[in-house]
Structures are given as structure tokens and as C-alpha cells.
Ligand binder design. Structure first.
Ligand SMILES: Cc1cc2nc3c(=O)[nH]c(=O)nc-3n(C[C@H](O)[C@H](O)[C@H](O)COP(=O)(O)OP(=O)(O)OC[C@H]3O[C@@H](n4cnc5c(N)ncnc54)[C@H](O)[C@@H]3O)c2cc1C
Length: 285
């Protein structure tokens, strides 16, 4: 089989690769540790016509069942940081760890994002944010690998950061990210303050984060709560009594339980308030 720096496994359970713990099996799980190996993997998958999806920590994903292709995760070199006159970070690093290390090196600005689960790549792909800040505010440029293994650099404006959204070309993999940050202002205490606020607001348990994006002038959680849906459940999936925009897997929830609740919320919110809620979580069919 393919010689790479990394690991290729077959027939792996998807549930443990995600924060909501739901999914069937993936045909391949490929952990890849450097750029040369990533290019090899992509060319190999393309020659075999095997579809792929890059994932981070699976904190914004809901799989409907098996995945007939390859899930790719970035490790090794993709978890490294280079701090000189520029700050370049591998997309596979955990966001929280990255922020802690940047603060330790005297760089501030990202404190509000401290504690958003997942990797830098996942955060950039969806322009993750909290407390009025988004990762896109700090991205100077990214390097991506295309499905044919070629590389490209994209400046921040090409990525078109919007609310929980970017214009990242389909099937491209963010490998490295250059950040612009202020020096001398980093505060771990401030970051931990946001982490504390977050742990008070966000429900504990297995979830995929917020299910819906907020409509322009309202909050999805408030609308769902106003429909009386907090605590509403199906099987082992429940609309969190703590924060209505989260669906919690109490242990054995499956995709159809969660999708039932998603459809129920959509119908009720449309009927009562006229909004068509847009999904924030990404469903992989
Ligand atoms: C408890 C909880 C709280 C959360 N709170 C917040 C919050 O406050 N704010 C917020 O914005 N989100 C929040 N989320 C959602 C989630 O944490 C973010 O969307 C996060 O950025 C996803 O990162 P990930 O590495 O887990 O990506 P994944 O979920 O693995 O993937 C998400 C998407 O990003 C793509 N992707 C991942 N890596 C790459 C890459 N290297 N190149 C290209 N595409 C890539 C995937 O293909 C997929 O489309 C929360 C989730 C949970 C479970």
C-alpha cells in the first residue's frame, strides 16, 4: 500500500472521531503528518476515485451513517507553529493549544476564541467565533492543497470570511495558516475568563456545537426555546434544556433521532416566527 508519514487504517468507527459520537464506519481513516505525504495520499485517492473529507476534531460534523471514502486528519508537521516576524501555524493544531502557546509567546487578540473545540483548520474553514470575534479577523493568508495535490496560497480576502462561513474552494485542504496578531497584549487570565463564561453557557455532554446559525437579528437558541422545545427528545437525542440550540446525545442517539429533532425545530420555528433556520452543523451523507 501507500508509503507515507502517517497512518492508514480501514473500517474505523466514525462516532469516536466526532464530538457528538454518531456515525457508522469510514472506509479509510488517514492520519497524515507532512505535506509530501498529503500530496501522495490525494493523488492515490484520485487515481482510485475514492472521495475524501478532511476533518479536524469532528466538533461540527454529523455523519448519517458509513462514509464510503477516506477521512483525512492532519497531524505531525501540521500541528507545529513557527513564530518569527511572521506567525505560521499548521492547520491540524488544536485551537485552544495554539492560543495558549501564542499567549505564552506574548501574542494577544485571540482570547475570546479560547475554548472553542476543534482544530485551527476546522475553525478557519467555518470562520469559528465567539463573543463577537471570529478567527477570520486574524487570518492573513492560508496555504491549501487541491484535490490533484497542487498547492496554492490564498489571501484572507480570497477566503471571504462571513458569519460561520468562508468561500474555501470545495475539497481543498487548509494546511498552514498565517495569522496577524498584536504583540505584548496576550493574557491567559482574560482567555480563561472567556473559557469560564463559555462553560456556564454551553451545555455539557456529547454535541456538535450549535445546530443552527443565528438569523440576522435574533438568536436561534431563543427562538427554539420560545417554541417550548427545550428538553424535547427523540430516542437518546435531546434538545438541551440548558441551551436550546444544542442537541445532546445522551449515549445511544443515532442520526435519525438527531435529524428528527432538527426537522421538528425547523418546522416549529418557521410556523411560529417565519424564519428558515440555516444549519451550522455540517451533515455528511
Ligand atoms: C461544545 C461545543 C461548543 C462549540 N462552540 C463553538 C463556538 O463558540 N463557536 C464556533 O464557531 N463553533 C463552536 N463549535 C463548533 C466547532 O467547535 C467549530 O466549528 C470548530 O471550528 C470545528 O473544528 P473541527 O476541527 O472540529 O472541525 P470538524 O468538525 O472536524 O470539521 C468542520 C468542517 O471543517 C472542515 N475542515 C476541517 N479541517 C479542515 C482543513 N484543514 N482544511 C479544510 N477544511 C477543514 C471539515 O471538512 C468540515 O467541513 C462548538 C462545538 C462544540 C462541540
Amino acid at each position: 500500500m501507500l508509503e507515507i508519514r502517517g497512518r492508514i487504517r480501514k473500517g474505523i468507527e466514525i462516532g469516536p472521531l466526532t464530538s457528538i459520537g454518531i456515525g457508522g464506519k469510514t472506509r479509510y481513516l488517514i492520519d497524515v503528518y507532512d505535506l509530501i505525504s498529503l500530496k501522495k495520499v490525494l493523488r492515490w485517492l484520485s487515481s482510485k476515485r475514492i472521495p475524501y473529507l478532511v476533518i479536524g476534531q469532528g466538533t461540527n460534523l454529523l455523519f448519517c451513517g458509513d462514509f464510503a471514502g477516506a477521512l483525512i486528519r492532519l497531524g505531525g508537521n501540521f500541528k507545529r507553529m513557527w513564530i518569527s516576524d511572521r506567525i505560521v501555524v499548521g492547520a491540524g493544531i488544536e485551537l485552544k493549544r495554539m492560543i495558549r502557546r501564542l499567549i505564552a509567546n506574548g501574542y494577544g487578540g485571540l482570547e475570546e476564541l479560547y475554548g472553542i473545540p476543534g482544530t485551527l483548520g476546522g475553525a478557519v474553514a467555518g470562520n469559528a467565533g465567539a463573543f463577537g470575534r471570529s478567527i477570520g479577523d486574524f487570518v492573513e493568508r492560508v496555504w491549501i492543497t487541491n484535490p490533484d495535490g497542487s498547492e496554492q496560497m490564498l489571501s484572507s480576502d480570497r477566503l471571504g470570511f462571513g458569519y460561520r462561513n468562508t468561500k474555501l474552494p470545495e475539497n481543498t485542504i487548509i494546511t498552514f495558516v498565517e495569522l496577524t496578531l498584536r504583540r505584548g497584549k496576550g493574557s491567559l487570565r482574560k482567555a480563561e475568563g472567556y473559557l469560564k463564561k463559555r462553560s456556564e453557557r454551553i451545555p455539557h455532554g456529547l454535541s456538535a456545537g450549535c445546530i443552527f446559525k443565528n438569523p440576522e437579528d435574533d438568536s436561534a437558541g431563543r427562538l427554539i426555546e420560545a417554541c417550548g422545545l427545550k428538553g424535547y427528545s427523540r430516542g437518546d437525542a435531546v434538545i438541551s434544556p440548558h441551551h436550546a440550540n444544542f442537541i445532546i446525545n445522551r449515549g445511544n442517539a443515532n442520526f435519525s433521532d438527531v435529524i428528527f429533532l432538527i426537522e421538528k425545530i425547523r418546522r416549529e420555528v418557521k410556523r411560529r416566527f417565519g424564519y428558515d433556520l440555516e444549519l451550522e452543523v455540517r451533515i455528511i451523507r
